[in-house]
Design a protein around this ligand. Structure first.
Ligand code: ATP
Ligand code: AMO
Length: 434
């Protein structure tokens, strides 16, 4: 739209054309107001019924809520108006009239269920606090990219249609690829390692991962955004440093650049950038501390995976982000290296937010023979992964990395109840469209 002015830029004394949605009409009798909303905010359009052209008043006040209108007129200072200025209209055009029966109230006066919101995302995103989540998500990803660049990483994009899975067979979505069986990729794991083994050395990817998760929970998606890192000549400690740096940079950017969005979410007071280094507890210490909380019916023993209630109890106990290191080799995948002095112990780590796991990572097995053995121990056929394993014969440096769940990061930063609130169009057991 030519010469359109954003409502936030309309200054007293200007003649403007503003365009947007009809947020509300307030009729006070002789005077009435149309509140017009665009991506930058709202502006009041004043209609003085006895003094203005009848058709103009009728058009401006007869339009249904959420219709798209374009209004031209003079901007004047008006202390009683919500933003301190108002427009006296010279013309009003209804660009696109909205059905008066709205499935969802974008003014937010009527609460809607999450499923109604997701079915009507366009209307839902007209709410300031919902838009704020996605503005913050965008700023977070921008800051994450910038921080990875500062860590000397190159952004890569790897295939999402693949021949083999890496994170457990039951979670794969099978597809047909020209008559052959293929899968939607669960993780860029093998590809990022293959590139870390090249001269590129340090890489990151922000892309979709697909998981046929059986459970329907507030923190699992079937299509999620994974923030992946892989670096040559790195060990698990270096990878943890990078994970900590990336998460902290995200919080800092939001604190610095998203003041209005935090306010729209009512978080301006409580939002805090995590301070200092995240504590690093070994798996052994973690189970001891969980057992000591007395929150679990049954005590954990070495080798158990941590149940959700256990993670919660430990999260409350630690009170902030923390790492769990030195997991039992048996519960970590084949590509994670074991400690040289203790084969039962892996270099795998998780980064936890008190509410949930955010990151998994570790040092990788880069020795060809050990890698092949690892496949066999995990019941996988190394021949199927030859495209990957053969590159370990031609000079594979030691390397380490991690995967960070993008939506879980948004969710924990903003205290969202449900991971679906951090995705525009979530994919879950019940939801394949929109
Ligand atoms: P008229 O202006 O024709 O006398 P009226 O009697 O309905 O019409 P006012 O008495 O001026 O209007 O105002 C009605 C209400 O609207 C009052 O509460 C007033 O504070 C509010 N109001 C008037 N003008 C504005 C404005 N430009 N912006 C916001 N509120 C306004
Ligand atoms: P993992 O399987 O632990 O590790 O995944 C890494 C992180 O991705 C997020 N995540 C999910 N988020 C939402 N819904 C899901 N279904 C989902 N699945 C995973 C979590 C999790 O911590 N290849 C390894 C990473 C590595 O070692 O580099 C991997 O995929 O936040």
């Amino acid at each position: 739209m030519q010469d359109r002015t954003y409502t936030a830029d309309a200054e007293p004394g200007d003649d403007v054309t503003v365009a947007g949605w009809v947020h509300e009409i307030r009729d006070l009798g002789g005077i009435a107001f149309l509140i017009l909303r665009d991506t930058t905010g709202k502006i009041q359009i004043k209609f003085e019924k006895d003094e203005m052209d009848e058709d103009l008043v009728e058009t401006g006040l007869g339009v249904s809520r959420e219709s798209v209108v374009s209004v031209s007129g003079a901007v004047e200072e008006e202390p009683r108006a919500p933003t301190g200025v108002e427009v006296t209209p010279a013309s009003v055009e209804v660009v696109s009239a909205a059905d008066p029966e709205l499935p969802l109230d974008p003014s937010g006066k009527v609460d809607a269920e999450i499923s109604t919101r997701l079915d009507n995302r366009t209307l839902d995103l007209r709410k300031e606090e919902v838009q704020a989540v996605f503005e913050i998500r965008a700023e977070l990803l921008r800051a994450v990219r910038e921080q990875f660049r500062e860590f000397r990483c190159t952004e890569i994009t790897t295939p999402k249609i693949v021949a083999t899975g890496t994170e457990g067979g039951t979670e794969l979505f099978p597809i047909t690829y020209f008559g052959e069986e293929a899968f939607m990729n669960q993780s860029p794991q093998l590809f990022k390692q293959l590139i870390a083994g090249s001269n590129v050395e340090r890489v990151f990817e922000i892309g979709p991962i697909f998981r046929a998760e059986e459970h329907n929970t507030p923190r699992h998606l079937n299509e999620a955004t994974s923030i992946d890192f892989e670096g040559a000549f790195c060990d698990e400690h270096d990878a943890m440093d990078v994970a900590e740096g990336i998460v902290t940079a995200g919080y800092e950017a939001i604190a610095e650049n998203c003041e209005a969005e935090l306010e729209a979410l009512g978080l301006e007071e409580e939002f805090e950038v995590p301070e200092g280094e995240f504590p690093r507890l070994s798996y052994e210490e973690a189970i001891e501390r969980i057992n000591a909380t007395g929150e679990l019916d049954e005590q954990l023993v070495w080798g158990d995976d941590l149940p959700t209630e256990g993670e919660k109890a430990l999260g409350d106990d630690v009170g902030g982000h923390y790492f769990i290191t030195d997991w039992p080799s048996e519960i970590k995948p084949f590509y994670i290296q074991d400690h040289d002095d203790d084969e039962q112990l892996s270099t795998g780590f998780d980064l936890m937010h008190p509410r949930m796991e955010l990151v998994s990572g570790g040092k990788r097995e880069h020795r060809h023979e050990n890698l092949i053995e690892g496949f066999e121990q995990q019941g996988l056929d190394p021949d199927q992964f030859e495209y990957y394993t053969k590159m370990f014969k031609y000079g594979m440096p030691p390397h380490a990395g991690f995967g960070l769940g993008g939506e879980r990061l948004v969710m924990t930063i903003l205290g969202l109840e449900n991971i679906r609130e951090a995705v525009l169009f979530p994919r879950d057991r019940q939801r394949l469209s929109p």
